[in-house]
Structure formats: C-alpha cells, structure tokens
Design a binder for this molecule. Structure first.
Ligand code: ARG
Length: 409
C-alpha cells in the first residue's frame, strides 16, 4: 500500500492532482494537507468540501503562530522584494515543513504539489522536501498540463471544482499579504479595477494615528495594548486596510527569470515595516544603518527564494539581533491617503541629542559650533585638488593650482 501526501487547497490544480497521482504515478492512496497560514475561512471550507467530494483523507495543520513569527523576523530585517513585503515567499517553507511532517507521520513515500513549472513556489516547496527521502512529485509541471486541459479533465472526471469559469484571478492569501495575478492582470498595461482588492478600501480623506511599540525590533503592542504576533497582524490588516494602506502593483522578476505582473495587498506589513525602519532611524548609528541595508537585502533575497534556513540567514540574523537590542521604543504612525507614515518616534536608546542638534543651543559639553570650521575646511579637499588640475593637451605640463578657501589662515 503506497501513500502520497499532497499540498491541497481544493482549487483546480490540486484537485486534479488527486486522481492523477493514482492514475499516472501509481499511488494507492492520496492524503491532502492544507496548512493554515492565515487564509480566510472560505478557503478551508472549499478545501474541506472538495476533499469530502473526492473522498480524500484531509488534514488541516495550523501553522499561523510559526508563520507570524517568521513575518516578525522579516520586520527586523526590513524585508521586501522589489518593493513589496514577502508574503507568499515566507509562507512556503512553513507550509512545506508542515506537509512533510504529516507525510512522515502517515508513512507516505511520496509528496506532491500542484505548482506549475513557471513559478517560484515549486522551488520553495521542493527545497524543503528534497531534504527528505520522499519521492517529490509535481504533476502539473511534469505532465505539462495547461489550465484548459485541467478544466476539461475535471469536467470529464466530474471533479468538484468550479474551474470552468476561466475569468478569475489567481489569489494567494496568508497573514502577511494577499497576492493577485493572472487573467486580465497578465497584460501589464491593463489597469486593474478595484474589484481585485479585498483587504484594502479606497483611501478616503480620513486619517488616524496609532502608536506601535517595539521590543528588540519585534512589534509587541498597539496603543499600549499587547498582542501576540497573529492578532497584532490581523488587527493591523483590518485597521490599516480600512485606510487603503499597502497596495503594490509590480512587474516581478521571478527566480526562473520570467517577469510576472503581480498585485499585492499588505496593510499590516507596510505599517510595521515603515514603523520599524523609523525606529531604527532613531537608535542606530549612520554606519549601522548603512551596513544593515546590505544585510537586509541579503535576508530578503533568501526569504524570496524560500531559503530562510540557509546558514547565511543564521549569520545575517546574528548581526540583526545585535543591532535590534536597541530597537525598543514606540513609533507613531499616521494613516493618511493610503499611506502609513511615521510621524513620531521615541526610544530610551536614541542615538540622538536634541541639545547637540538644536539650532537654539550654544556650546554643549565640550563641543561648540566653531569646532566644525576645521572639518568644513577639509571637506571635499581631494576633490578641490583634483578639479584644479588642468589636463589641457596644448600645455606640456599639467598645471596644478591649489585652490585654498581664500587664504584666511
Ligand atoms: N509571485 C509571488 C511570489 O513568488 C506570489 C505568487 C502568488 N501566487 C498567486 N497565485 N497569486 O512570491
């Protein structure tokens, strides 16, 4: 008796995989696994109903906490890819791990997904699964299936999917983002109607301010009230979404090299990322901020690739953890015109001295305004020298003329 675990959503791709795994790959039994990373209830209902109709053994695993923790790690790394927060990308390794666990518990010898051969998700799933001894199966990719073929096959087999409509976008939702692609959106010049949005309202003239508290770079409270990671994200998606915060429309460069037009909604992620960066701006030194951008970029890249357990990420997180020790404090965010704008920040670790920076104070401690004079004289010195050298070919010798600042000394 051979058994295969299938990443199952109840959508067209994964539904047709159920009979295909038996017919084409010879498995005796298929079990479906749906992992909860914060999809809406309707998706679980759909999965449940379809599984019932298929007589499929169906497991639902709750991985919301784990996923939310990873999202918060991504906040500490200011993680984005080509301008949008990583949602789908971060969810995939969490989902893949959960499915692998169910597969192993149920003595499966195979593990399968319904991803096509064009996207990133096949890579992210398989990176996790190929660590095991299970046979990794990707029916849609391996059999070269098209959506049209799938729809016909589903109709012929009387599979319980509404795959016939053909006019729907492909949506991927989790706590951190809602991604919409396909259909008319495949034309980059097509201006999407507001119908594609579900989490965000059209920005109105209304505004609201909230205060977000961070502890060592992790968001912990809003307006003084503490939340666990999942509830904090859910709360902010609702609130910031009502102000139209967190929409992205981008041409995404996928790992295989294809460009794909993607639309995203990510109100909580945008709010938290903006707030976190604002707090770093207060407490980190200029050189830490500059260097951390490199670290953050690398973290983001590994996050996008679905490789958050790579040794490099552990090393990057060592640096991040060191810097985040001081990223404790509060940030005031104003929701306004579809934006979540930091308008105030406060921390006991501020690398900031109002006294020193102010226009209104005279000498503070050992430093006075005039002390900057020497720095000002030297600033741009090499450039002054270099620019003063004439390289006119009509002259034999380059003429070096040292321009001083008027010879005040
Ligand atoms: N392209 C994005 C990524 O790789 C998300 C794709 C989500 N899938 C979807 N059907 N909308 O992270």
């Amino acid at each position: 008796m051979t058994r295969v675990a299938l990443a199952f959503s109840g959508g067209l791709d994964t539904t047709i995989c159920v009979p295909l795994l038996e017919e084409e790959y010879g498995y005796d039994e298929v079990i479906g696994v749906t992992v909860d990373v914060g999809q809406p209830a309707s998706e679980f209902e759909e999965a449940e109903e379809t599984a019932d109709a298929l007589d499929l053994d169906h497991y639902v695993v709750d991985a919301k906490d784990e996923f939310a923790d990873l999202c918060f790690d991504s906040v500490r790394a200011n993680a984005t890819y080509q301008g949008y927060p990583l949602g789908t990308a971060l969810a995939r390794p969490v989902i893949a791990e959960a499915i692998l666990e169910v597969a192993e518990e149920n003595d499966c010898t195979g593990i399968a997904h319904g991803c096509t051969g064009k996207g990133n998700d096949q890579l992210r799933f398989e990176a996790v699964w190929r660590d095991s001894d299970l046979e990794v199966i990707a029916p849609v990719r391996e059999l070269g299936l098209t959506r049209e073929w799938e729809q016909e096959y589903a109709a012929e087999k009387e599979l319980p999917v509404e795959g016939g409509s053909g006019g729907d976008w492909s949506v991927d939702t989790n706590l951190w983002s809602r991604s919409v692609e396909g259909d008319e959106l495949e034309d980059p010049s097509y201006v999407p109607s507001t119908e594609i949005y579900d989490w965000t309202d059209e920005p109105s003239g209304e505004t609201e301010e909230i205060e977000i508290t961070f502890e060592q770079g992790y968001p912990v409270a809003i307006d003084g009230e503490e939340y666990d990671a999942v509830s904090l994200i859910e709360y902010l998606n609702e609130l910031a979404g009502s102000y139209g915060v967190g929409r992205t429309d981008s041409m995404e460069d996928r790992m295989l090299g294809l460009k794909v037009r993607e639309n995203y909604e990510h109100p909580a992620a945008t709010t938290l990322l903006n707030a976190h960066e604002a707090l770093e701006g207060l407490v980190l030194t200029q050189e830490e901020r500059e260097f951390k951008q490199l670290i953050d970029q690398k973290w983001s890249k590994k996050g996008y690739e679905g490789l958050v357990d790579a040794p490099l990420v552990g090393a990057l997180e060592g640096f991040i953890a060191e810097t985040q020790q001081r990223v404790t404090g509060t940030v005031t965010i104003r929701f306004e015109g579809g934006k979540a704008r930091p308008v105030g920040r406060d921390s006991e670790y501020a690398a900031y001295s109002a006294e020193h920076a102010s226009f209104d104070t005279e000498a503070v401690g050992k430093i006075a305004q005039e002390d900057a004079t020497g720095v000002a004289k030297y600033h741009g010195f090499q450039r002054r020298l270099a620019n003063s050298v004439t390289t006119d070919e009509s002259e034999d010798e380059p003429e070096v003329e040292l321009a001083t600042d008027g010879g005040e000394e």
